[in-house]
Design a protein around this ligand. Structure first.
Ligand code: NAP
Length: 522
């Protein structure tokens, strides 16, 4: 069972990590010692909403047994939690029906037995993991066995033993313990921390470890040496198929072929734009759109076909992150990938949406110090807010669904207004990132025309039609306008640069798309 630790510093970040992690892991560990102001009820609800079958482990690690706590204490915030508070938290977890609570052996046999009695009285299904960690070394196998028996004696349902590997042979001791535990009648979780311990994380499942811990790109490790869920699954797949675990770095340099991964993709203008750009740059390659049913298999296909890269569109921009080997800093910060680059089998995710938008806006107005109203709270809004803030703008989010809008506003520290109150706002620029007005619903506009004179500039991310009803009404009110076409071609130019290292023929790309859209019949 692959488990991802949710060890973010704030409740909002933890909720976002839960949403991503629940799609790929079988279990989530809520690290209540790390999540600042962690509201366990809300976190557990979010886990179950994200995936009803997910197993929930509630942990409140004492600093002496957590390298993450050591790292945090070097920085600003570290939570101080007394033993009494910790036990109260575990009682709450059991009352809420957590699948597991993780108590350190160091809590003492009495405390563990009391917790066991509490759970029994409650008739809660919660099981107790009794854990032991050594942050600096791996003791002898004999010592590991005696720790295992101490855990067993507390009445634990599962014992967890995680030492730190300094040298490769430390893995053998820990894996040896797993083999030993098989002869006993109690499940064991065992692996080594640290870079030297990575191999134990991979092999632990094969040798019967009840759980193994992995991380997601951009989510962060809760202990050193954790591999990504994607890497772990790929290794399991190779091992199960009995293939040689050929290192992907050994793949040949990829051909300059590309795919668009999305669903649906039939309407996409990306193939037209990119194929013309490749031809103009005399690059012998092709770009095709693929309607994806199985995202994991599609990403494996990029490696298998040795493609140079891919674009990613709705609905996979966030989900794809789990399957990549690394994520660029901006893409990780905004939580979405629209571009994949294949460097000899190593897939890296980038996001050019935010940059495309910023370049399109910058062409027409200064951003720093200006106030932008971003309409919408989906993927395009996220890219817009991220880019605008990075450029020094003040952002106000306005959305139809209040909960979604507020969550995005909290995530980026902006103010929020419901769509019904947009008339109360004046700002430098109104930026529509909703799909209201997009073909075929071209008569729609996200806001009434009467509010448009509250803004100097009105921008739309929609590029089909070229001039949305919103932009037409804004022109009539005397506003300057920016069309979604500009963002579209610039995000595409950013992709060309990442894939080929060359400057894209921007004017040609704009002309091709503009001509196609002008000739479309509505
Ligand atoms: P998304 O994640 O599905 O989000 C859509 C947003 O639009 C949500 O906030 C939704 O509000 C809002 N919305 C939808 N219909 C609405 C209506 N009738 N009135 C008010 N709000 C409405 O989609 P996305 O990925 O952000 O994409 C949004 C648009 O951006 C699409 O048209 C897409 O083609 C375009 N886009 C353009 C580019 C480009 O390069 N130009 C790049 C990316 C995206 P609720 O929260 O209330 O549902």
């Amino acid at each position: 069972m692959i488990c991802v630790s949710i060890a973010q510093k704030t409740q909002e970040e933890a909720l976002a990590a839960i949403e991503r992690s629940a799609r790929v892991a079988k279990a989530l560990e809520l690290r209540m010692d790390v999540i600042g102001q962690g509201d366990l009820t809300e976190l557990m609800e979010a886990c179950r909403q994200a995936s009803p079958d997910i197993k929930i482990i509630v942990t409140c690690r004492r600093p002496e047994e957590s390298l993450l706590s050591v790292a945090l204490s070097a920085g600003a915030a570290r939570k101080t939690i007394s033993q009494a508070e910790k036990m109260a938290l575990f009682r709450q977890a059991a009352t809420l029906g957590a699948d597991f609570i993780d108590l350190e052996l160091a809590c003492g046999e009495n405390a563990i037995k009391k917790m066991r009695a509490f759970i029994r009285r409650l008739k809660s299904p919660t099981k107790i993991i009794v854990s032991w960690h050594d942050l600096s070394r791996t003791p002898s196998l004999a010592r590991l066995k005696s720790i295992f028996h101490l855990g067993q004696q507390t009445g634990a349902d599962v014992v967890k033993i995680v030492p730190f590997a300094r040298q490769p042979k430390d893995n053998l001791k820990t894996l040896g313990l797993l083999a030993y535990a098989k002869t006993q009648k109690i499940p064991l979780i065992a692996m080594c921390m640290g870079d030297e311990g990575k191999i134990s994380r991979v092999l632990a499942s094969f040798l019967g470890s009840y759980v193994t811990f992995a991380t997601l790109p951009g989510v962060g490790q809760s202990a050193p040496g954790q591999l990504t869920v994607g890497a772990m699954k790929e290794i399991y797949r190779l091992m199960e198929k009995g293939e040689s675990a050929a290192r992907p770095e050994l793949a040949n340099p990829p051909q300059h072929n590309f795919v668009l991964l999305g669903n649906p993709v039939g309407h996409s203008l990306s193939p037209l734009m990119h194929n013309r750009a490749l031809k103009e740059l005399s690059i012998d390659g092709h770009y095709s759109a693929c309607r994806v049913e199985d995202l994991s298999a599609a990403v494996t296909g990029i490696r298998g076909l040795n493609l140079r890269g891919a674009s990613v569109t709705i609905p996979f921009k966030t989900a794809v992150m789990e399957y990549l080997d690394s994520i660029d800093e901006d893409a990780a910060a905004l939580g979405a990938v629209n571009t994949i680059v294949n460097e000899r089998g190593i897939l890296t995710g980038y996001n050019t949406d935010w940059l495309g938008l910023i370049l399109a806006v910058k062409d027409r107005m200064a951003i720093a110090g200006k106030t932008f109203v971003v309409l919408g709270a989906g993927g395009a809004a996220r890219a817009a807010v991220y880019g605008l803030q990075k450029e020094g703008a003040r952002v106000i989010i306005v959305n139809r669904t209040e909960k979604k809008g507020r969550a995005l506003a909290v995530r980026f520290g902006c103010s929020f207004y419901p769509l019904s109150e947009v008339k109360k706002i004046c700002a430098d620029c109104l930026l529509n990132t909703t799909s209201a007005g997009m073909f075929p619903d071209i008569e729609q506009s996200p806001v009434p025309s009467s509010v448009l004179n509250h803004f100097e500039v009105v921008a739309d991310v929609i590029y089909n039609p070229l001039q949305t009803r919103l932009l037409q009404e804004a022109l009539a009110q005397g506003c300057q306008i920016i069309s979604g076409l500009e963002m579209f071609v610039r995000q595409g130019a950013g992709q060309i640069k990442l894939w080929t290292g060359r400057e894209a023929p921007l004017a040609l790309m704009r002309k091709i798309i503009q001509e196609r859209l002008e000739n479309l019949e509505f």
